[in-house]
Design a protein around this ligand. Structure first.
Ligand SMILES: [Zn+2]
Length: 394
């Protein structure tokens, strides 16, 4: 509803005619005051707004000859109101009309420029928004917010070099810690380099990512995967193992490449010993699944099922029950096997219906790991769900 927010526009009227009237003036007729302070057009425009006729209102405001310090605030508020309602073209017309006025004070001009830049950003006209925000930074006006908007623009454009420069400026100008996003920007550059097999550039970018944020899991994963691609499994294992210390929430991402790398080196025994150690400090179902598979291959389904049953008893979870049933199936026959297979498909469905990742900041959930949350745009806020799954400790 347009009415919602109109109070902002009516404030000058209220100030002139209502509770402040007595203080403001000794004149007897408040209506005369109002007419004197606000041109006829202004009241006409407001009237159109109140009647939900925004285009007529817009025409009146745009054609207003005089915009003084009182009514200019209303122009700005009206433009911002249109933008918030998603009517960006109307907002742009209002703010452009203001900027075109030669008599505008510097302060108002800055506010109008900033508002227009935000209009373009909302409309997705990124190049125009970018040049206005850059102009504001150059003028040393609205610097903090303009830099944040520029960062958002460069991220949308995947212009990672410019994003890094702006993030560094934000850090220098506002003191905000930008090491985490900068590390991700370097990871983005590394991913682009890896697409063209440019390992030298990728290595350089990943090192910069880690020097900005030594806990950048993404850089370690990329490093490990790059080394796997080059057949350097030993070095790759070191990068994958490091993830547990960087951020244990993401360790699940390293499990499959770790298992593959140990196997590529025919080091199954080391694999088991390593994951048994990991399980002590990190009793989570993905580790149990890996170990149970090794136990199954070496000592059969029964030993593996006993191992998983011990774990599930201590830490009940759907994924644990699913793995246990999976291992029990080959050991049963007849009616029991039939019942277990029903249970198995049920747990399968429950697991499939669960999102794999969820943002700890805004709750956005999905099956794919986004390093930048698609909803709230935070970096490293989407976590693997198993870390969020409620598991009971003994
Ligand atoms: Zn989010």
């Amino acid at each position: 509803m347009l009415i919602h927010g109109l109070w902002l526009l009516l404030l000058p009227i209220a100030a002139a005619s209502g509770w402040a009237a007595a203080k403001w003036s000794q004149k007897s007729d408040a209506l005369d005051d109002r007419k004197a302070l606000f041109p006829k057009d202004y009241l006409l425009g407001l009237n159109f707004l109140l009647n939900e006729e925004p285009d007529k209102a817009l025409d009146v405001f745009l054609k207003m000859v005089d915009v003084d310090s009182e009514t200019v605030e209303t122009h700005l508020a009206l433009g911002n109101l249109f933008r918030r309602r998603g009517e960006v073209n109307r907002a742009i017309r209002i703010h452009q009309n203001l900027i075109a006025r030669p008599t505008l004070s510097k302060d108002i001009r800055v506010q109008a420029l900033f508002a227009l830049a935000k209009d373009y950003l909302s409309a997705g006209v990124l190049d125009r928004a970018e040049s206005l925000f850059l102009e504001l930074v150059e003028m040393n006006e609205q610097v903090g917010e303009s830099l944040q908007c520029l960062l958002s623009i460069y991220q949308q454009e995947k212009n990672w070099q410019s994003a890094i420069q702006i993030a560094q400026k934000i850090n220098a100008r506002t003191g905000t810690d930008m090491h985490l996003p900068i590390a991700h920007h370097y990871c983005e550059l590394a991913e682009l380099a890896l697409k063209t097999d440019d390992y030298e550039s990728a290595t350089r970018y990943l090192k910069k990512a880690l020097s900005n944020d030594s806990n950048c899991v993404r850089a370690s994963l990329l490093f490990g995967n790059m080394l796997v691609g080059k057949g350097n499994y030993k070095q790759a294992i070191r990068h994958f193992q490091h993830i547990k210390d960087q951020d244990p929430d993401y360790f699940v991402e390293a499990i499959t490449p770790l298992v593959d790398s140990f196997r590529a080196l025919s080091k199954e025994t080391e694999l088991i010993l390593y994951f048994k150690e990991v399980l002590k400090e990190f009793p989570r179902i993905p580790v149990v699944v890996v170990l149970s598979e090794q136990i199954r291959q070496w000592r059969g389904d029964k030993a593996a099922a006993t191992f998983v049953a011990d774990y599930v008893r201590k830490h009940p979870s759907i994924a644990g029950v699913h793995r246990l049933v999976e291992l029990q199936l080959p050991l049963t026959e007849g009616r029991a096997k039939h019942d277990l297979s029903i249970l198995h498909s049920l747990t399968q469905k429950l697991l499939a219906a669960q999102p794999s990742y969820q943002c700890i900041n805004c709750g956005f959930a999905g099956k794919v790991l986004h390093w930048q949350c698609p909803s709230c745009k935070r970096w490293s806020s989407m976590k693997p769900m198993y870390t969020l799954e409620v598991e009971q400790d003994d």
